[in-house]
Design a protein around this ligand. Structure first.
Ligand code: IFM
Length: 449
């Protein structure tokens, strides 16, 4: 990794901040969703989460001990616009404070504008299914640019639009919990359009840093080479990856998927207007990639998208995701078919059953996962694949959406009873990796040899 490689950690507003009713914040769709019986594990919510809103100073000090140069966090939209058209400066002040604290330690900020917490007032007006969401989001983005651009090195318009659309409107596992293909396609389109619109607004304001978008992409593998399994592979790739890569980089949606979606839900794509694709494909400065695992499929005619889930024999994290760093190369090569832009790994990490023992948390599986992914990135960069930074997900354990607090992704353990932070072994392993890379020592250090 070269000297400019960005080392970071990531969190998101609803997952860590808490202070749900402070600083003039209004509810988001997640506050509502968490109250829906059965929607979230144990009926948990982000009211308090990691109390980062009050403890950000302590958290940033710990980040500085870790040695990262950049903190990726997201801005809670309902803190900034608690009502339609009403700006709340008190909400913005929190993020100014976070950035000022980072500066004390010579750290920079990577800011995500949308990490899934659209205000409830917007949802009441149709949320992402309403085309007006594009102008609501752009107004929010402009306020953030105006107030924070001086100190933000990377702007990420959206985090994982696949989750914000298909997982939330088609599969229904995330807020607002709808279950229809047509609403998901509509939401995905408006989210992408709002991305392009925010990028245009940033350029119009002569923003002085970099702006991009983060996708959660996975390389897709089929159980066999047979025709049917390969068809399922193509569909899954279209659903998960191409539906976002093609509009962003080719100004269109993939024709095979459009035909499949139209056959499945009868959509007429009437939410697409002239000029939309040019806006979505507005040039950006980088692509954020959240990489966790692969998709593994076989042909299942009973599935709406023809893709079933065969049993994979790979080691799995507590999310049941295959641990497969070696598959990153296939994914990055697929991305390189679309764009030569710099790539930042804006999230990568794993959930395990962590326990505190004598004041320490030993998490060898997370250490192994982290080292193997960093090694893989080093290999990809030696092959010239252009990865410019790595943000570990997550800095600390937090509210894992529909799983509540039952899944721990942090390299810092959070004791939710008293909000104590305990750096896990993986925290020290990551710190040593950063030191070792910064010192340009042999990559062998990564493998612990
Ligand atoms: O916790 C999430 C994060 O909010 C988005 N990317 C995946 C993480 C782990 O599931």
């Amino acid at each position: 990794m070269d000297r400019d490689f960005v080392w970071g950690v990531a969190t998101s507003a609803y997952q860590v901040e808490g202070a749900a009713a402070e600083g003039g914040r209004a509810p988001s769709i997640w506050d509502t969703f968490c109250r829906k019986p059965g929607a979230v594990f144990n009926g948990e919510n982000g009211d308090t989460a990691c109390d980062h809103y009050h403890r950000y100073r302590e958290d940033i000090r710990l980040m500085s001990e870790l040695g990262v140069g950049c903190y990726r966090f997201s801005i809670s939209w309902p803190r900034i616009f608690p009502e339609k058209g009403r700006y709340n400066p008190e909400g913005m002040q929190f993020y100014k404070n976070v950035i000022a604290e980072l500066k004390k330690y010579n750290m920079t900020a990577a800011v995500t504008l949308y990490h899934w917490d659209i205000p409830q007032w917007a949802e009441d007006l149709g949320g992402w299914e309403n085309r007006e969401s594009v102008s609501w989001f752009t107004e929010f983005a402009e306020k953030c640019f105006e107030n924070l651009d001086g100190d933000v090195s990377l702007w990420i318009t959206h985090n994982e639009p696949w989750c914000a659309s298909f997982l939330s409107y088609h599969i229904g596992e995330h807020a607002p919990g709808k279950r229809g293909l047509e609403p998901a396609l509509r939401a995905a389109h408006h989210i992408l359009l709002s991305h392009g619109s925010a990028v245009r607004a940033y350029r119009a304001m002569h923003g002085s840093h970099k702006i991009g978008i983060t996708l959660n992409l996975s390389p897709v593998y089929a159980e066999t080479d047979g025709f049917a399994d390969q068809l399922a592979r193509k569909e899954k790739d279209g659903y998960q990856n191409r539906w976002f890569l093609e509009p962003l980089f080719c100004e269109t949606y993939p024709a095979d998927m459009a035909a499949l979606f139209a056959a499945r839900c009868g959509t007429r794509f009437d939410f697409i207007q002239p000029g939309d694709f040019a806006c979505i494909a507005e040039p950006i400065d980088f692509l954020g990639l959240n990489f966790y695992s692969r998709c593994y499929v076989n042909y299942d005619p009973s599935d709406e998208l023809l893709a079933g889930n065969p049993v994979s024999r790979m080691k799995k994290t507590r999310m049941d995701w295959d641990v497969c760093p070696e598959t990153m190369e296939d994914l990055v090569r697929e991305i390189r078919g679309y764009t030569a832009l710099p790539i930042y790994i804006t999230e990568n990490g794993s959930a395990w059953d962590d326990k505190v023992e004598n004041g320490r948390v030993h998490d060898p599986e997370r250490v192994d996962y982290l080292r193997r992914h960093l090694e893989e990135i080093e290999t990809l960069n030696r092959k010239g694949l252009g990865i410019r930074g790595y943000f570990c997900w997550s800095f600390m354990d937090n509210f894992e959406w529909a799983h509540g607090y039952s899944k721990r992704f942090g390299i810092v353990y959070v004791d939710y009873a008293d909000q104590r932070r305990i750096p896990k072994d993986s925290f020290y392993a990551y710190r040593d990796c950063i030191k070792s890379f910064r010192g340009e020592k042999a990559a062998a250090r990564l493998t612990g040899e």
